[in-house]
Design a protein. Structure first.
Length: 317
């Protein structure tokens, strides 16, 4: 009996092994099919395939992880997080799951949780440039400027041609009133990507704060060339022209800005002030009334002009 039992057990072992191989094969086939659908942008079909892979191999991390990616692509962020959770339970060292869960939390504006996940991803992969960059963005949103700058700097160290990291670090320096450093970063971003209108726009704002109005105007002009339908660039250049005493040019830019944003109260208000400076008081009052109509919150600031006070129209030096 003993010999027969051993033979029976051996046969059972073969059956179990064959069964496991079949399960592994089924899971792999379903997983690979899901990956093909995912790459083709067919995310619902990918999820269905990953469902089959999970049923065949419920403890495997990768199908959960990739199903999470597919849910994320469909904008189902909560479902994506649940899948990343399962992937991490199965494999606590799956750096990509932490990184992408961090992205999902970031989208939900849960920045503290996002930072925790990016930090875990960085622990698992110290050379993950995107994890440093994205954690920097989360710190930026929390107004933790020093931490954001550190992360952008680390991303730049890992990838010296990382244009977005220079740009965002420039924004952070600007917000921290480190204006010269902001200019340096925007300069580098501009060298790496000379066709990014936002770089010129942001550098122009810093030049204006530094009272370098001619340089600011040049940057806004370049931003307009690259993105000729951006009302903000016209409005900002108009503001600089006003400071330079170029009131006719300012009015032309305000006119153009209103072509793209006809309900922008502040543009009406600014144009109204400049029309007063040009001696066109009736037109100025008309613009100011329109500004208050669009945004009643401006009434307190505009009231003195509507009551007869004159704006300061001297050229800024």
């Amino acid at each position: 009996m003993k010999a027969q039992w051993q033979t029976c057990c051996a046969a059972l072992g073969i059956l179990v092994a064959v069964s496991q191989i079949a399960i592994a094969s089924e899971a792999n086939n379903a997983f690979n099919e899901g990956t093909r659908f995912y790459r083709a942008g067919k995310f619902k079909e990918a999820i269905a395939a990953y469902d089959r892979a999970i049923r065949a191999a419920p403890t495997a991390a990768e199908p959960y992880y990739h199903r999470g990616l597919a849910y994320y692509k469909l904008g189902q962020t909560e479902a994506a997080i649940k899948n990343y959770d399962e992937a991490i339970k199965s494999n606590p060292k799956l750096a990509g799951a932490y990184f992408n869960r961090g992205n999902a939390y970031y989208d939900l504006k849960q920045n503290d949780q996002a930072i925790k996940d990016y930090s875990e991803a960085i622990k698992l992969n110290r050379k993950d440039t995107e994890a440093y960059y994205n954690r920097g963005n989360a710190y930026y949103d929390l107004k933790e400027n020093d931490q954001a700058i550190k992360d952008y700097s680390e991303a730049i160290k890992l990838n010296p041609k990382y244009t977005k990291a220079y740009y965002n670090r420039g924004l952070t320096y600007s917000r921290s009133d480190q204006l010269d450093k902001a200019i340096q970063d925007f300069n580098q971003a501009q060298k790496l990507n000379p066709r990014d209108s936002e770089v010129y726009e942001s550098r122009g704002l810093v030049y204006r704060r530094l009272r370098k109005f001619d340089q600011a105007a040049r940057d806004y002009t370049q931003a307009i060339k690259l993105n000729p339908k951006n009302a903000e660039s016209y409005g900002n250049r108009a503001n600089v022209y006003s400071l330079l005493g170029k009131y006719d040019d300012a009015v032309k830019d305000y006119d153009q800005a209103l072509q793209f944003e006809p309900k922008n109260a502040r543009i009406y208000a600014n144009r109204g002030v400049i029309k007063f400076c040009l001696g066109k008081s009736d037109e100025g009052r008309k613009d100011l009334h329109k500004a208050v109509e669009l945004d009643p919150a401006l009434k307190e600031k505009i009231a003195p002009l509507l009551s007869g006070s004159k704006p300061s129209c001297s050229k800024s030096e």
